[in-house]
Design a protein around this ligand. Structure first.
Ligand code: SF4
Length: 364
């Protein structure tokens, strides 16, 4: 029985043999959705908690003292996360990104990374962090098997940064964390800035200048209507083209092509050869047609879009003795009927009408 109450036929012996996938197993191609998008990337939120309260993601007014975070027994254990990750890799996933909330607030994180790094067939293991704990965790994360890291940094202006993270956390500590990560070889580091008009857009060229020539890649993210809590307005969005133009005026840029299908950022290189930047334009230049990303919440729900309303609960399957093949069959079924392309349809959506999952619950 599937978790949404509808009866899903058990996989045939042949399908069970192939690990439950109706039409794909490793090497035979990957599960694809209704728009022929393969399942390639899995983002795993390992906690819904965070030590920041970024105003565009986890505003204090909503995620305050009374907010009910997931109780421990509802959060997947490391063993459950690793088991699901193995099954997803069997279904074609090549890259796993650990997210949160803030993944470094989950205790013993290096242990989980070790377990995931051992998965046969996984090609890339990365993590997105707010960088607040990197200065003392970078070495252990690298030693455990993490390949790369992405650090969120919304401004170099300390007052602006403290206001945006709303935890009064200094920018200097995040910069120290980036240095520590680079020192242990978690490079090149990607640095994500969410650009909000009238809040930090005046400091985006400063951020580009700071990391230009460092080998690290700054990605400028259009402010998005994720979840239901950040009071998003289109007027607060700085279109990516404008961001590129602002940087180009000082540091001439030229476009670069994508490195692989489903790459989220559009890439621009500095004409003087000192590196590149990226822009992530979900609002002004949606990229749903190549979206190969699935998301797993910390309590085991599978979401097929960042802006989804409903997730499919895998935890009961894990805890009720279903085989890997049966869970794989369920995953394949969910993905094969996927038709998400929210960003392309955003303008058709009536703001506030549909309850969307919170980004802090499934990761960005
Ligand atoms: S809006 Fe949904 S379908 Fe489109 S790119 Fe984002 S996660 Fe993918």
């Amino acid at each position: 029985m599937s978790t949404d109450g509808t009866l899903t036929p058990d996989p045939s012996p042949a399908e069970r043999e192939r690990g439950g996938l109706p039409h794909a197993g490793r090497g035979e191609g990957t599960v694809t959705d209704t728009l022929n998008r393969p399942l390639r990337d899995l983002r795993i939120s390992i906690t819904d908690r965070c030590n920041f309260r970024c105003t565009y993601c986890m505003p204090k007014e909503v995620f305050g003292r009374k907010y009910r975070f997931l109780p421990r027994n509802e959060v997947l254990s490391f063993e459950e996360i690793a088991r699901l990750a193995r099954i997803f890799v069997g279904a074609g996933v090549e890259k796993i990104r650990l997210t949160g909330g803030e993944p470094t607030v989950r205790r013993d994180l290096p242990k989980l990374i070790e377990m995931l790094a051992r998965i046969d067939g996984l090609q890339d293991l990365t993590m997105t962090t707010n960088g607040s704990r990197l200065v003392y965790m970078a070495e252990a994360l690298k030693a455990a098997g993490l390949n790369r890291i992405t650090v969120s940094l919304d401004s170099l202006d300390d007052a602006v940064f403290r206001a945006m993270n709303d935890a009064d956390f200094p920018v200097s500590r995040v910069l120290e964390g980036i240095e520590a990560a680079a020192k242990v070889g978690l490079s090149p580091i990607k640095i994500n800035m969410v650009v909000k008009k009238g809040v930090n857009d005046h400091s985006l060229v400063d951020l580009a200048r700071h990391f230009k020539g460092s080998g690290h890649i700054v990605r400028f993210i259009e402010y998005m209507d994720v979840g239901n809590s950040n009071g998003w307005r289109l007027d607060d969005v700085v279109p990516a083209a404008q961001t590129v133009a602002m940087i180009d005026r000082e540091f001439p840029l030229e476009p670069l092509g994508p490195q692989y299908r489903g790459e989220v950022a559009s890439r621009w290189r500095y004409q003087d050869g000192s590196g590149e930047i990226g822009v992530i334009a979900s609002v002004s230049q949606p990229f749903c047609r190549d979206c190969t990303r699935a998301r797993l919440s910390a309590d085991g729900k599978l979401y097929t879009c960042l802006f989804a309303s409903i997730g499919r609960d895998l935890r009961p399957l894990l805890r009720s003795g279903k085989s890997d093949g049966e869970i794989a069959a369920f995953l394949a079924k969910v993905w094969s009927v996927r038709r998400d392309r929210y960003s392309e349809q955003r303008s058709l959506d009536t703001p506030g009408l549909r309850q969307k999952v919170e980004m802090s619950y499934i990761g960005g």
